[in-house]
Write a protein that binds this ligand. Structure first.
Ligand code: NDP
Length: 310
């Protein structure tokens, strides 16, 4: 039996080597060279792979996302019926996202955009001292990534709040859930961080209504998916001063077209979906573990709940 890999050519070779380093007996096929369709038992795929194509493999028993998100796998037509999907829960992914969130929280908190503009203009001017304990951060999503980011921010002394689908308790974090909880948290979020999965419920959640609830001059940080943000609403909020600045790693579409207003907006800081990048050697052990479990009929790890959409 064989494992099908599908992503960019350069990354595919890294994945092949990483999986073979964990289990040298695996037979790896690199898409589109899948060989005999009946040989394929597992597909490890990233965003560009067509889910309809996976219906060609009669013995497929596992699909693995090469990242933490699975929205690309679940959108229509979705995975072949009855085939489980696993995602990555990986320390290196979590660490990188924590760093990216910290980088941008501190950038805004420490008035870095203002000081960079002052340096450009050779202006020597001390701005008001920021008070960490008064800069409340609200995190949309307290899963693997959100909980880790919350811990880092708490460690620096920021008051941290978090919003989830189900009621949840996280030490030192004021938690909220449901529509009322979202409104209540937004009203006190001087910095709003989105670390939600993209699902039908969360698409467009950072919209004019939510942005209007933030304290005036709040900051928005999106490290989740471009589809969470209604771009026209965020741009309007930036231009009106309701939102003071935004840090965005994810966009719709990606790559973001060169004519998009975000590129040149003085109050938008962008990274090219690089907040947290999968390192195959770190992710490979859990993928191989799942392949072994699928073969043995044992329960899989990091499974996606299709009914919840993440
Ligand atoms: P998890 O599944 O571990 O956590 C998701 C969190 O979102 C949970 O707390 C969940 O609530 C909450 N949530 C989901 N749906 C809703 C809803 N409708 N209302 C309120 N809360 C909701 O995901 P991760 O933390 O691992 O990853 C989050 C996302 O980050 C990924 O889906 C991916 O899209 C994105 N990502 C981006 C990367 C980048 O480089 N930019 C890299 C990696 C991931 P509950 O606790 O109740 O389940």
């Amino acid at each position: 039996m064989a494992v099908l890999l599908s992503t960019k050519a350069a990354t595919m070779a890294m994945w092949r080597d990483a999986l073979l380093a964990v289990d040298p007996t695996l037979e790896i096929r690199m898409f589109p060279d899948a060989g005999e369709p009946a040989d394929i038992e597992a597909a490890v795929v990233w965003t560009a792979h067509d889910m309809a194509e996976l219906r060609r493999y009669p013995n497929l028993r596992l699909i693995v996302s090469m990242g933490a998100g699975v929205d690309h796998l679940l959108r229509p037509p979705g995975p072949p019926p009855g085939i489980p999907v696993a995602r990555l829960v990986d320390r290196m992914l979590t660490t990188q996202m924590g760093e990216w969130v910290l980088l941008n929280v501190l950038r805004f908190h420490r008035q870095d955009l203002e000081y960079r503009a002052q340096q450009r203009d050779r202006v020597w001017l001390e701005l008001d001292a920021p008070v960490t304990a008064e800069r409340r951060v609200g995190i949309l999503g307290l899963g693997e990534l959100g909980t880790h980011a919350a811990g880092l921010l708490r460690g620096l002394g920021f008051p941290v709040m978090g919003w989830t689908r189900r009621p949840r308790q996280v030490e030192g974090v004021e938690t909220f859930h449901g529509a009322d909880g979202l409104a209540a948290m937004a009203a006190r979020s001087a910095i709003l961080v989105c670390l939600l999965p993209l699902t039908p419920e969360t698409r467009g959640i950072v919209n004019a209504g939510l942005l209007a609830r933030l304290p005036r001059g709040a900051f928005v940080i999106n490290g989740a998916r471009g589809g969470h943000v209604v771009d026209a609403d965020l741009l309007a909020a930036l231009d009106s001063g309701q939102v003071a600045a935004a840090a965005l790693d994810v966009f719709q579409p990606e790559p973001l077209p060169p004519e998009h207003p975000y590129w040149s907006h003085p109050r938008v800081v962008m990274t090219p979906h690089a907040a947290s990048i999968t390192i195959p050697s770190s992710a490979a052990p859990q993928v191989v573990e799942n392949i072994h479990r699928a073969r043995a009929g044992r329960p899989l790890i990091n499974l996606v709940d299709f009914s919840a959409g993440y």
